[in-house]
Ligand binder design. Structure first.
Ligand code: SRM
Ligand code: SF4
Length: 580
């Protein structure tokens, strides 16, 4: 049977990636999750059901440290939190779930949400229900759908931010898949719960016409159709000059543009498309890519525009090869002009020329800062996003105590850090004291280098990790801090990111210095990203041993000290003087 069309060509089932057949067989994404969940003797799901589990926001994993004594199945659960905003009560509920059912840590991800690690199968239901009871969700945190929508989290004086957040939240709701299995399986709710968004008309689709129902009788999603997207789809919002959502790494980006006559009015958005990080070692068909700037649209058309781009991915993404299925490959192969024309034909309106928008910086603010409304906000550095208590540094307890007592809004950043927003100036000293009592000096949260680092999760939970990342970051930071002090750059800020494989979950391909895992203890060393996160770095050395990283970088940093131009950053120096 020919099941799916990709753009202009029909694809026989024999050529489709296996996931396509799975989705087609169970368009409500239920698989056999319910019977396995109900079976107390089963400690894990089948490989096929793992794929459905993702659409519900959970990953089946195992503790890779313990593989020698047999697989110990564990689950990671990821919430969907548009714009990374978490009300105080919800934070406390999430923290509670981490203590009861997880490994007593909450993990801030590089896409502004939380993950719970180390949940055993019997804990899955309680965590899902707990998240739902706290008015959160995990629907579409993973899977071949629109994932968590990013929005700037730094409370600042930019008056456009509330409008961007509102649009991000709207897109998140409207583009969520409308399948009912989530409620039926996890919440024991058999009632059909189609949000109002399901009734909204989608742009005319020329190449695929989803049928009203599939052979299994399940309702077909009005936007995604019976087989959803060929792959994950990521959306971000930002306003220049602060690129605090790393917008060019997303499938679709909306850059807010103010009305020149009224800087508080959102005129519209520049639409960016085709960004993505994931690549595979030795596979030239795969590569990291920055999004192209496609054009400008009025603010009121943002939802139509997002739906249109999602359908372009749905219909033209490669459904035969999951390593080549992201929207970025459609852009790379068909080109921006084709994309503009396809967009206009589907949306019924053409994009205008993009408006000027220059990004200059990506990183977070730490410590106390004023908000436009007179309140204060606090930027808290979280190493690798892992909120946990360790001797002498009880970060989890400190955060819990502060959130319980002062009820600030918690905001998650794409740099894996956390912001406590909306704090009364009168509470600042007391909050600072709570952190101090738990071993955290808010005025000195680490060197400039430390605060510009990111590591992906990698071992022991990530099944795709080829090398360590989060667990070796503390050692690397210490080594780098010592090296920077040795060459006279103790206060230098250098964006550093490490991942355990080239999937790029901590967006290493934009860092000034990056390590990308190749094998246990071996990393590719990449150099030359920039402060604004608008430039891809380049491979400098392949398969560097972990212990040799500092030795490789010492001469480059020494040259940087000797030859740098006034104000020049390390990444810019590398591009000007070393890689050219
Ligand atoms: Fe990721 C897969 C963790 C952000 C590209 N990512 C995974 C999995 C689920 C491994 C798996 O498929 O079995 C990792 C789970 C590890 C664990 O134990 O928790 C994982 N990705 C993460 C997180 C938690 C990294 C972090 O340290 O914060 C981030 C969660 C984001 C979220 O909240 O939704 C995370 N992943 C990213 C990003 C960054 C971003 O989106 O801004 C990327 C690069 C951007 C992009 O998508 O191109 C990213 N993750 C991938 C890929 C490569 C996809 C591709 O195009 O080839 C995979 C592999 C896959 O999907 O098959 C992957
Ligand atoms: Fe796992 Fe690789 Fe992502 Fe790191 S980059 S979390 S190792 S998939």
């Amino acid at each position: 049977m020919s099941t799916t069309t990709t753009g202009d060509a029909s694809i026989p089932a024999s050529k489709l990636a296996k996931n396509e057949l799975l989705k087609e067989a169970y368009p409500d994404l239920s698989g056999h999750l319910a019977p396995t969940l109900a079976d107390p003797a089963a400690d894990h799901f089948t490989e096929d059901d793992e794929q459905f589990l993702k659409f519900h926001g959970a990953y089946q994993q195992d503790d890779r440290d313990k593989r020698k004594t047999g697989k110990q199945y564990l689950f990671m659960i990821r919430a969907r939190i548009p714009g990374g905003r978490v009300p105080a009560a919800q934070y406390l509920a999430f923290d509670d779930l981490a203590g009861r059912y997880g490994n007593s840590t909450l993990r801030v991800t590089s896409r502004q949400t939380f993950q719970w690690h180390g949940v055993v199968k019997s804990g899955l239901g309680p965590v899902m229900r707990g998240i739902h009871a706290a008015l959160g969700t995990t629907i579409a945190a993973c899977g071949d759908v629109v994932r968590n929508v990013l929005a700037p989290s730094t409370p600042s004086t930019n008056p456009l931010l509330p409008q961007l957040y509102a649009d991000a939240a709207r897109l998140s709701a409207e583009l969520a898949p409308k399948q009912t299995a989530y409620h039926e399986i996890w919440l024991g709710d058999t009632e059909l719960k189609l949000p109002a968004a399901a009734a909204v008309a989608v742009p005319e689709i020329q190449s695929v016409t989803p049928e009203a129902a599939t052979p299994t009788g399940a309702a077909v999603d009005p936007l995604y159709g019976p087989t959803y997207l060929p792959r994950k789809f990521k959306i971000a919002f930002a306003v220049a000059p602060l690129n605090d959502t790393d917008i060019f790494t997303n499938c679709l980006g909306f850059v807010g543009i103010a009305d020149p006559a009224d800087p508080a009015r959102l005129l519209g958005y520049n639409l960016l498309a085709g960004g993505g990080m994931g690549t595979s070692h030795g596979n030239k068909e795969t590569f990291p890519r920055l999004a192209d700037v496609i054009g400008f649209l009025p603010a009121e058309r943002v939802l139509d525009a997002a739906r249109t781009v999602v359908t372009i991915h749905r219909d033209f993404g490669d459904r035969t090869n999951r390593k080549h299925a992201r929207l970025k490959y459609v852009l790379a192969e068909r080109g921006v002009e084709w994309f503009r024309a396809e967009f206009a034909a589907r949306a019924g309106f053409a994009l205008e020329s993009a408006r000027p928008a220059v990004f200059t910086r990506q990183l977070d603010l730490f410590g106390w800062h004023p908000q436009a409304d007179g309140q204060r906000f606090l930027g808290v550095y979280i190493e690798s996003g892992r909120i946990k208590d360790i001797p002498g540094h009880a970060l989890r307890t400190a955060l819990r105590t502060v959130v319980e007592r002062f009820a600030p809004e918690v905001r998650l950043t794409v740099q894996q850090n956390l912001i406590l927003a909306g704090v009364s100036p009168a509470d600042e000293a007391a909050i600072t004291a709570v952190f101090a009592q738990h071993g955290i000096d808010l005025a000195h949260q680490g060197s400039s280098f430390r605060k510009a680092t990111m590591a992906c999760v990698a071992l022991p939970t990530c099944g795709l990790a080829l090398a360590e990342a989060e667990r070796v970051l503390p050692v690397l930071i210490e080594r780098f801090e010592a090296l920077l002090a040795e060459v006279g750059l103790a206060e230098e800020e250098i964006v550093f990111r490490i991942t355990g494989c080239p999937n790029g979950c901590a967006r290493p391909f934009l860092a000034e210095i990056a390590l990308v895992g190749r094998a246990p203890g071996k990393y590719n060393l990449l150099l030359g990203g920039n402060e604004a996160s608008t430039r891809l770095n380049r491979l400098y050395r392949e398969s560097v041993k972990f212990d040799d990283v500092v030795t490789e970088l010492r001469p480059l940093l020494q040259r940087f000290v000797a030859e740098r131009q006034p104000g020049e950053r390390f990444g810019d120096f590398i591009v000007r003087a070393v890689l050219n």
